[in-house]
Structures are given as structure tokens and as C-alpha cells.
Design a protein around this ligand. Structure first.
Ligand SMILES: [Zn+2]
Length: 264
């Protein structure tokens, strides 16, 4: 299997625009800013071409360096029609963007998947408005409009874990949003985990006291994050997350006293 980041663009912001406190210097750029990526991932399995999340989408404000998802997909040698499976980790605007333009479906041959709890919360029949910072800034349309073209065809999952295609499992990891999921990828004893927005930066996996302004339930998000960090430490699993600048993969290791992030 192969996991290829499909960045839709990257911004640099003060960490406290997103997190409850500053980041250690190893996670900032030279001016102390936090690189924040947007986008999704391509997961190639022996039999399937899977896209996990679809970035912010077309229509983002032209002055922002956003909108590179389709060319990253092309650079990976994949046409939209080649993708047979799209999995949404959750339905925030910055994870469903390219899925549709509000009228037609971008990955026309794909089956789309999400957790039923997130669909019920964000799309309908009585959707919660997305009030966190960002959506208006990016000129993104609300989830119910964005996802309307998929309403009749999307496959919604209710279980804690669902294997979507062999080796690729959607796993409920709530808090960032009620139906937020991580993606567990396994093949031949090797494992990678796409944490999506269970953490926005590796520093959140090293210290439990970070909260994030865009977590719907910060307490639950923190408990989920801590549980995942504990499970993944010294497991050998490769870890990546949507918003970590550069989408770099890494591993969590422990020296007995504290946890460290080791870039892979
Ligand atoms: Zn996000």
C-alpha cells in the first residue's frame, strides 16, 4: 500500500490561532509560525484507489495559496475517474471541498463513505451550522450544500470500526467533530494511521494540555487524542495528520519518561 499526501495548500499562522498555547520551536518555522496544511490523502491498495478527504475545494479566496488538490492528484498519476473509493474522516468544510462543486460529483466513479454520526450532525435533516473560524475566510460553501449531490449515494457507517476496502478501516475517534474518524491502514503486519484532525500538530500528541479552537467537544477530543497517542506510542505505526505542515509522517516513541515524535 502507498499513502500519498494530496495537499490543497498550506498557510502559516500563529499557533494560538488554532491551539490553546504556543508550539515548541521544533514544530514552528523560523519566524515562530505554525505551518498548517489543508488537503487529503491518496491511499493505493493492491485493488483499490482510495481518496481520504478532499481539501477546501474550488472557490477558495483567490489571494490564498489554496486549490492545489487536483494537481497533486494528477501528479500522483491518478485521474478523478480512477478513484473508486472516497472516505471522509469528518464533514468540516476543509475535508469535503473538492468532493463536489455543489452540483456535480468530482470523483464520479467512486463510492463515498462517512460516519453516520457526522452526517446527521452536519448535513441533516436538522444540521448544525459550522461556526468555527475559517469557513467564510476560505469562501467555502456549507456542508449541506456541498454534499447535496452525494446525499442519495453516500454510504454511512454506524460502527466503531468499518473496513471500507481490505486493509483500510474507518474508525470512530470523536471529539473534533461528533462523527470524526481516523483511518487505519494495515498490510502484512505494517500499519499507518491517518489521524485526520484528531491532532492538528504532533506536539498535541506529546502533551495532553493542548486544546484546539475548532474541536466541537474539546474535552472528548483531548481524551480521544490521548488514547490514540498512548496506543500508537512504540507501536511502530506510521502516523500522519491532515493539518501538520508538509504532511510529514512520523512515529511516536517513548524513552520511558516522555513521548517523542520521530519524523519518518
Ligand atoms: Zn480540518
Amino acid at each position: 500500500m502507498e499513502i500519498i499526501p494530496l495537499s490543497d495548500g498550506e498557510l502559516r499562522i500563529p499557533a494560538t490561532g488554532l491551539l490553546s498555547r504556543d508550539l515548541p520551536p521544533e514544530f514552528t518555522d523560523e519566524s515562530g509560525l505554525m505551518p498548517v496544511n489543508f488537503g487529503g490523502f491518496l491511499v493505493r491498495t493492491p485493488d483499490h484507489t482510495v481518496v481520504v478527504d478532499t481539501g477546501i475545494g474550488g472557490g477558495a479566496l483567490p489571494e490564498l495559496p489554496i486549490g492545489t488538490f487536483p494537481e497533486r492528484l494528477r501528479a500522483a498519476g491518478v485521474a478523478p475517474g480512477d478513484v473508486d473509493t472516497v472516505i471522509f474522516t469528518h464533514l468540516h468544510f476543509d475535508h469535503v471541498g473538492w468532493a463536489t462543486d455543489g452540483e456535480s460529483v468530482f470523483f464520479e466513479n467512486a463510492t463515498h463513505h462517512a460516519h453516520a454520526i457526522d452526517w446527521a450532525y452536519w448535513v441533516g435533516p436538522d444540521p448544525h451550522p459550522e461556526t468555527g473560524p475559517g469557513r467564510d475566510d476560505f469562501g467555502a460553501i456549507p456542508a449541506p450544500e456541498r454534499l447535496a449531490p452525494l446525499a442519495d449515494s453516500i454510504v454511512l457507517h454506524e460502527d466503531e470500526r468499518t473496513e471500507i476496502v481490505p486493509g483500510v478501516t474507518l474508525r470512530h475517534a470523536p471529539g473534533h467533530s461528533p462523527g470524526h474518524c481516523v483511518i487505519d491502514v494495515r498490510q502484512d503486519g505494517e500499519r499507518a494511521v491517518i489521524l485526520a484532525d484528531a491532532a492538528h500538530n504532533p506536539a498535541q500528541l506529546l502533551a495532553a494540555d493542548y486544546t484546539c479552537v475548532v474541536d466541537v467537544d474539546p474535552g472528548l477530543a483531548r481524551a480521544t487524542r490521548e488514547q490514540l497517542a498512548e496506543e500508537l506510542t512504540d507501536s511502530g505505526a506510521l502516523i500522519t495528520m491532515t493539518h501538520h505542515g508538509g504532511n510529514r509522517l512520523g512515529r511516536l516513541v517513548s524513552d520511558g519518561r516522555c513521548r517523542r515524535w520521530v519524523p519518518a
